[in-house]
Write a protein of this length. Structure first.
Length: 99
């Protein structure tokens, strides 16, 4: 997913009709370094790191002059997410064996 987002940011930053490869290794590295940093806490469902990553990507798209399609021109879309935690007492059984 990270590669798709970074690729989209880079592709959208290229002038239309441009044939010159304007992709900078340093730019790609900087985006990946930030989005994969431990500071974003793994980006689990509803986690603060996911919000930070989403806002970062939206800011990059805005900096490119893109217009968001969400309400009031936002790049973000509200989505109801559900997080599930396994019961620690759950056991796996197979052919009468238990682990």
């Amino acid at each position: 997913m990270l590669a798709v987002v970074v690729s989209a940011i880079i592709a959208l930053s290229q002038p239309r009709g441009s044939t010159a490869p304007g992709i900078s290794e340093n730019t790609i590295r900087a985006h990946i370094k930030f989005l994969s940093d431990d500071m974003l806490e793994g980006r689990g469902t509803g986690a603060r790191g996911g919000e930070i990553a989403a806002k970062y990507i939206a800011a990059q798209m805005e900096a490119l002059g893109l217009k968001g399609a969400g309400s009031n021109g936002s790049f973000l879309q509200p989505v109801a997410l559900v997080g599930v935690k396994a019961d620690p007492g759950t056991r796996l059984k197979n052919l009468g064996q238990q682990w």
